[in-house]
Design a binder for this molecule. Structure first.
Ligand code: PMP
Length: 312
């Protein structure tokens, strides 16, 4: 049965980080039946610890689980487990301005399976690690014209491990040429931009912010969603639409969004052999949006949206 009882998962336990037992014939090892999530806990100036929109990660995991024929934890179970993990690792949450505790939930087919079908048993686990502030400077992308990340009807819109398997080769080749990442095109028209390997993309043109619409081949990023909402509150016009790569030639700003980088300005994109440069740094829309979002995430700006969840 594809969708299992949503109360499938029982109360878990906290254990020290270390290797886990894995059945060699498990669904995850043999058929990649697995999903992951990523989010951060940040410490505020007054010593509180905040999670950012964890229910969004829970929902995205549930959506992915449905597509992957896996049971998923309830939103309450997911958030309860997150709180337990962060509470048990409070001393590992870096001081304000020094980074975050990165939290990685995993959902996988852990039961044995020989034929290509869903496993009969599932494991949900969460590990966490402190991370520094992601400072890579600006991004220097190349439009990928040979490899594709996702296709309509596939799994590009969910956070399954297999999606990342397809990007290693193009990203490794791009890095060898001095680029920071690739920008994928859609496989149907081979003209519209979709996203980078681990982040969503936005362009600014004539005061309008645009980002590719979520059609099933793009990961619905939680940072993307939050940036759209913040930009609208700040009175920017935001459009979710098809963006032909040709529009990269006359965009004023380009930026990428994701949990790790938050908002990262793009200084150049190479497309059809031409290098296009964009405005970055002070007084950019990207910087304005980044300041607002990181301010909410770290408790420096009042959270009028009700996005943060405090760890008691
Ligand atoms: N696209 C892909 C392919 C990603 O791996 C990520 C990182 N989760 C994102 C976009 C950004 O998503 P989020 O803002 O939820 O981190």
């Amino acid at each position: 049965k594809c969708t299992k009882d949503e109360k499938y998962f029982s109360q878990g336990t906290l254990t020290r980080f270390g290797n886990i037992d894995m059945n060699p014939s498990s669904g995850i090892l043999n058929y990649g039946q697995g999903l992951f999530e990523g989010l951060k806990a940040n410490r505020t100036e007054d010593g509180r610890i905040l999670l950012f929109r964890p229910e969004q990660n829970a929902r995205r995991l549930q959506m992915g689980a449905e597509r992957m024929c896996m049971p998923s934890p309830t939103i309450e179970q997911f958030i309860h487990a997150l709180k337990q993990i962060v509470n048990a690792n409070k001393s590992w949450v870096p001081p304000p301005g020094k980074g975050s505790l990165y939290i990685r939930p995993l959902l996988m087919g852990s039961g044995p399976v020989l034929g290509a079908m869903p496993a009969a048993e599932y494991t949900f686990l969460i590990f966490a690690s402190p991370v520094g502030i992601y400072h890579k400077g600006t991004l220097n992308l190349i439009v990928e014209e040979k490899f594709y990340r996702a296709f309509p009807g596939g799994t590009g819109g969910i956070k399954t491990a297999a999606n990342y398997a397809t990007v290693f080769k193009p990203v490794t080749e791009a890095k060898a040429k001095g680029f920071s990442d690739v920008l994928f095109l859609d496989v149907t028209t081979r003209k519209n931009i979709e996203e980078a390997s681990t982040s969503n993309i936005f362009i600014l043109k004539k005061n309008v912010i645009s980002t590719p619409a979520i059609t099933g081949t793009i990961l619905p990023g939680i940072t993307r969603k939050s940036i759209i909402e913040i930009a609208r509150v700040l009175d920017y016009q935001v459009k979710e639409r098809d963006i032909p790569a040709e529009e990269l030639f006359d965009a004023e700003e380009v930026f990428c969004t994701g949990t790790a980088m938050v908002v990262n300005p793009v200084s150049s994109i190479t497309y059809m052999g031409k290098r296009i440069e964009y405005k970055t740094g002070v007084n950019t829309v990207a910087q304005n949006l980044r300041t607002m979002l990181t301010g909410i995430q770290t408790g420096q700006i009042e959270d009028k949206m009700g996005w943060t969840v405090e760890i008691a």
